[in-house]
Design a protein around this ligand. Structure first.
Ligand code: DGJ
Length: 730
């Protein structure tokens, strides 16, 4: 009897499981979010929760996604693979945590609806609406899909429909989940003149967090960029590699949580550190976007995906040209006057670049900006240095046949300034504590609309007074110590509102001046992220322009950003010859910051010719595809190339990065990205006067160049070699 009862209850249990499974699959909705090669698949469970069931290569038959319900093994509650992890029933790091108006600290989200929206042939958007079944909160998840680039931008919008304010304790932009045997995270650390130092480590169980709490100049120690490789460390041309960047120029937090069943959860968004954001009823809160791309052919393809996306959709005028320039920062520092600048304008023309960029030190009268201790904030031209004002210089530049650009740092103020005397409450500092500055300056409180107007007017004023002004270098040299705003009712909102304030100023400027070139500088690369780059044409990677260092720095930036956005200046840093310095600066947006009058005739002739060569190949460098051929980290020489979209014209750069005896390239280096069926003439360019090419110049097939390769013959005496690759039509 007992055995019989056991048998009946077993059958009953099996039947219940079968019925439940059928019911579940009958009620589950699968939402595939696809780009050309990839898919994120969301699933609405029977109890209406929204989970991720897949992130990887797209399947040819969409209907088959429903068969991968158990791709990620489930925990007891079935919410660990939530598409936007809440605090209810959850045992892992949440994407969202809140305090409701009544003080209750829970949130649960269930599916309401979803919609697909086609924006263009290439771009579409998926919105998934969720709501808390108990408390009146709506969350919409957004996925903007760039089909041919395999790029996704993901963010969320949170709406409070309760009677009073709620507090957002955590509010991620994106919540992703991947499954592999192992995960390798590459990320960056650094400091002034030491940007983009890479580290790659295998992720272990638990949470690894990348973050910033610096407020402004937020990427100074660590940018919001990451590369996750599945099953093995990243490789250039093979393997699954996910590269991402948070589009936010303030405090951020990116968590990588490896759970006990080996799923990797990635949560990225604004850092909730000291930022329990107080959200008013019926005021949507939009998180910044996380942009990412997944490649199944290594970091090379992933970075090219991002480059194409950035040029087409993010960086200002990404499909347009860039200006070559001469900057005076390192040739004069603060020590200049009108006659000196007149000479530099003539040098700009003589050198053959497009624009002269006047750097720091042109303003302040009561407190002249003669060093970095005074004057910042007082944007009136210094009468002693420039008695005839900026307009006179702009005109002189025009007469000399060059354009004119100017440096500003409008978000900052020296305590020794008229601005600080007039508006001490505009400054970010704790009222009752000691004052801390960085580079002798405070950050202005951009959460304050009056400060926003001031900053806008500084830049707008320059343009309206000088309609021919052709370029702005926008600097930002201080982090926030002791963050506090005299403007904010709720201090918890300050870090977020600061960045929103900054973006609203930039937005307003871009509405009025949509295309004018602006360089994003932050004492070097303290603010290089795609949030800021939406408003800029280019960025300043680092004050470190020592060319060997620069090979490494530019190499690493190139995983995230296209070459046309990288402002590379030839300076006097380091001991490498002028040819090496120019060759390195050419793999990006070429500029100079040297004393042209001190160049020997050969040096000058070399630079002038190199600038012409740069013009000839700029299409490939700016808008073509970049291929990393040989890394400076594992080789004596670094090698990389750019090739235009039609695969007719390319340029290969090679640099010796190991100056020990008998180091160089002793074997051919295989090229990439050419058309195997085309013939290409290979010719060495940027030869220093009086030297001859050391390579076997001639015509080779694309097949030969990509299968066998060519030796650039880099070695002592030929420490940098630039090769032109041009289709030879028979
Ligand atoms: C820091 C920048 O990185 C430099 O290029 C220069 O513009 C200085 N600021 C000027 O103060």
């Amino acid at each position: 009897m007992r055995t019989y009862l056991r048998f009946v209850s077993l059958i009953a249990a099996v039947l219940i499981i079968v019925i439940n499974t059928l019911k579940t699959s009958a009620q589950e909705t699968v939402i595939p979010i696809e780009t050309k090669d990839n898919a994120i698949v969301l699933q609405v469970t029977a109890d209406k929760h929204l989970n991720i069931i897949y992130f990887g290569k797209k399947l040819s038959d969409k209907n088959e996604y429903q068969n991968i319900t158990h791709f990620f093994p489930l925990d007891g509650n079935g919410v660990f693979n939530s598409a936007y992890t809440t605090t209810t029933r959850n045992l892992f790091e949440p994407a969202i945590a809140i305090t409701n108006a009544d003080g209750n600290k829970t949130i649960d989200l269930v599916y309401v609806s979803h919609a697909f929206d086609k924006i263009s042939d290439d771009v579409s958007e998926v919105q998934v609406k969720l709501k808390d079944p108990v408390y009146n909160i709506d969350v919409t998840l957004f996925y903007k899909l760039y089909n041919s680039e395999n790029v996704i931008e993901q963010w969320s919008v949170i709406e409070n429909h309760q009677k009073g304010n709620i507090s957002l304790n955590k509010y991620a932009s994106a919540n992703l989940l991947v499954h592999a045997k192992s995960y390798w995270l590459k990320h960056y650390y650094g400091g002034w003149a030491e940007e983009m130092r890479p580290e790659e480590t295998q992720l272990t169980h638990g949470i690894k967090t990348l973050d910033s709490k610096l407020g402004a100049r937020a990427d100074y120690f660590q940018p919001p960029s990451f590369m996750v490789s599945l099953d093995k460390p990243s490789a250039e041309d093979d393997g699954d590699v996910l590269i991402g960047n948070l589009e936010w120029s303030g405090n951020y937090r990116i968590d990588f949580e490896l759970d006990p069943t080996d799923n990797l959860k990635l949560l990225a968004g604004i850092n909730n550190y000291a930022s329990d954001y107080s959200l008013k009823p019926n005021t949507p809160f939009e998180t910044p976007k996380l942009v990412y791309t997944l490649s199944h052919h290594g970091a090379g393809e992933a970075s090219r995906n991002l480059h194409t996306w950035a040029r087409k959709y993010q960086i200002v005028d990404g499909m347009g040209p860039r200006l070559t320039l001469l900057n005076n920062w390192e040739s004069t520092y603060f020590d200049f006057n009108e006659p000196k600048l007149s000479g530099l304008l003539k040098d700009t023309k003589k050198l053959g670049v497009d624009l002269f960029l006047l750097d720091d030190g042109w303003f302040g009268n009561k407190y002249p900006r003669n060093d970095d201790h005074a004057g910042l904030g007082d944007w009136q031209v210094n009468k002693a240095k420039l008695p005839n004002g900026i307009a006179h210089l702009v005109k002189e530049a025009k007469d000399d046949g060059v354009k004119f650009g100017i440096w500003v740092e409008p978000e900052m103020v020296n305590p020794k300034s008229e601005l600080y005397e007039k508006h001490p409450d505009w400054v970010v500092k704790q009222p009752k504590r000691d004052e801390y500055t960085m580079r002798n300056q405070f950050v202005l409180d951009l959460s304050n609309p009056k400060v926003q107007d001031f900053v806008f007017n500084v830049v707008d004023g320059l343009f309206t007074q000088n309609p021919d002004l052709a370029y702005i270098k926008w600097d930002c040299n201080a982090v926030m110590y002791n963050a506090y705003s005299a403007n904010e009712k709720d201090q918890s909102n300050f870090y977020v509102d600061y960045v929103k304030g900054l973006y609203s100023v930039l937005e307003k400027l871009r509405t009025k001046y949509p295309k004018v070139p602006m360089m994003l500088c932050s004492g070097g690369g303290g603010r290089v992220d795609y949030g800021a780059l939406k408003y800029f044409t280019e960025y300043w990677p680092s004050d470190d322009t020592e060319p060997i260092e620069r090979v490494f720095i530019q190499w690493e930036y190139s995983y995230l950003y296209p070459a046309l956005a990288s402002s590379n200046h030839v300076t006097d840093w380091g001991k490498e010859p002028i040819k090496f310095r120019v060759d390195v600066a050419m793999m990006g947006k070429l500029g100079f910051d040297i004393v042209v009058s001190k160049l020997s005739p050969d040096q000058l002739a070399f630079c002038q010719q190199a600038i012409k060569n740069y013009g000839d190949f700029s299409e490939a460098i700016w808008h073509g595809d970049q291929y990393r051929l040989q890394s400076p980290w594992d080789n004596d020489a670094a090698s990389l190339m750019y090739v235009d979209a039609a695969k007719t014209r390319g340029i290969m750069f090679n640099y010796l990065v190991n100056n020990r005896y008998h180091k160089g390239t002793f074997a051919p280096i295989k090229l990439k990205g050419l058309d195997a069926g085309k013939k290409y003439r290979i010719k060495e360019i940027n030869l220093y006067p009086g030297t001859r090419s050391g390579i076997k110049e001639g015509v080779y097939s694309g097949d030969f160049l990509m299968t066998v390769g060519i030796n650039p013959e880099v070695r002592e005496g030929r420490t940098s070699v630039v090769l032109a690759i041009e289709e030879e039509k028979s």
